[in-house]
Design a binder for this molecule. Structure first.
Ligand SMILES: NC(=O)c1ccc[n+]([C@@H]2O[C@H](COP(=O)([O-])OP(=O)(O)OC[C@H]3O[C@@H](n4cnc5c(N)ncnc54)[C@H](OP(=O)(O)O)[C@@H]3O)[C@@H](O)[C@H]2O)c1
Length: 369
């Protein structure tokens, strides 16, 4: 039928977890393409920060909780495509790995329209045989999703970075607060991946540019041990701290004690400090793209993308952890523009406003007029 091809503006994408860290990047990538976006979140009243990522009326929020099937069905009822980014690193109360990560993806898949493109974000390390509850629940989520919708696309990222991340920012906060850094899994290898790249990969699937029914593993260009990454944070923030690698035995003990203490304090322990026993178990395995994924082209390269390295981006948002912040002597060495998801290039289609192209002279520079 003539005219059957619909433009992005005629398509609605529901994003579960759109209010989270990766969610902001995904909402921005979709909005830039012109899609209408429905963010499914437990607290729509707290999703106002997403509005500047699109034009007026392009992004809406709806109340949905993966633990309540009716709310899920309601959130996807009119969706042309559905993305699931919901995940937790530790359980708390009814927020369990089983309900959110093992059962949630299938629930969404069964509720979504059968022609909807489905993208689900899992994690490198998802493994039904893992000793970690987190990794097992991620594997169960993938299996449940694929049994309901074999044509769904799964993205398994390594550790995500970008302004607002919980990895580099967390370690920078710890380096500032602690004189000594006890480190579990110091030799475990990671492949930090830029959240903006993962969002682009997801948006490509929604565009219909990616063969469906595949599991992609997404890692950045560099593989580094945890110790090397923490060392990098120290160098970038201009601090000197003793890194104290823990034996696995000590790390497990630390995880068990922290988890118990956090429970006893009703989850009030600062997130930066908490490492659970299950997280220690996760650290026992490298978090890098597998050789099988590389061989089969289930990586950024297979998606026709070149991933962004962390060293060009991370210093721009760790600057606030330097002793003298932006007034540090090494300021000139920092990247000039922070690629924040709320930067003006997120103003949506048609915006003529671009970051780094201000009309006037930079502060401290003479005017050419
Ligand atoms: N961050 C990483 O380094 C990393 C690495 C590998 C994989 N991943 C995966 O990537 C995905 C996104 O991670 P992220 O870092 O963006 O996480 P995040 O910032 O913690 O966001 C999690 C999202 O889940 C939503 N959520 C939590 N419980 C929910 C429930 N019961 N019902 C509906 N929504 C719920 C939250 O929304 P509300 O609280 O607003 O409802 C929030 O938007 C997750 O699946 C995570 O496992 C992350």
């Amino acid at each position: 039928m003539i005219g059957a091809v619909r433009t992005p503006a005629q398509q609605l994408v529901t994003v579960f977890g759109g209010s989270g860290f990766l969610g902001r990047y995904v909402v921005r990538a979709l909005a830039k393409r012109g899609y209408r976006v429905l963010v499914a979140t437990r607290r729509p009243d707290l999703a106002g920060h997403l509005q500047p990522l699109g034009v007026v009326g392009q992004i809406h929020a709806v109340q949905a909780n993966l633990r309540y099937p009716e709310s899920v069905a309601h959130a996807v009822a009119k969706a042309d495509h559905v993305i699931n980014l919901v995940g937790i690193l530790q359980e708390s109360g009814r927020q369990s790995f089983d309900s959110l990560q093992a059962d949630g993806p299938r629930l969404i898949a069964e509720a979504a329209h059968r022609d909807a493109r489905l993208v689900h974000v899992s994690a490198i390390g998802a493994d039904a045989d893992s000793a970690s509850l987190y990794a097992r629940s991620k594997a169960a989520g993938e299996a449940g999703l694929l049994s309901a919708r074999p044509d769904a696309t799964i993205m398994r990222p390594s550790i995500l970075f970008g302004p607002g991340d919980s990895f580099f920012t967390r370690f920078a906060a710890l380096c500032r607060a602690l004189p000594v850094l006890p480190l579990a899994g110091a030799d475990t290898r990671f492949q930090p991946v830029y959240a903006g790249d993962v969002a682009e990969a997801i948006a490509k699937v929604i565009d219909g540019q990616v063969p469906v029914g595949r599991i992609f593993e997404l890692g950045g260009p560099e593989v580094r041990t945890l110790r090397e990454l923490v060392q990098y944070v120290l160098e970038t923030t201009g601090r000197r701290r003793l890194i104290l690698p823990l034996s696995w035995r000590a790390a497990r003990l630390q995880g068990s004690m922290m988890g118990a203490l956090d429970k006893a304090m009703l989850g009030l322990l600062p997130d930066d400090l908490v490492i659970t026993r299950d997280q220690v178990t996760l650290l026992e395995r490298d978090n890098v793209v597998s050789p099988e994924a590389v061989r089969d082209g289930r990586t950024f390269e297979g998606l026709g993308m070149v991933p962004t390295g962390y060293q060009g981006i991370v210093p721009s948002y760790l600057v606030r952890f330097r002793k003298t912040g932006q007034f540090d002597g090494k300021r000139d060495a920092l990247p000039s523009a922070t690629p924040d998801v709320l930067a003006p290039d997120s103003a949506g289609p048609g915006s003529g406003f671009h970051p780094g192209q201000a009309a006037g002279p930079a502060i401290g520079q003479p005017s050419s007029r």
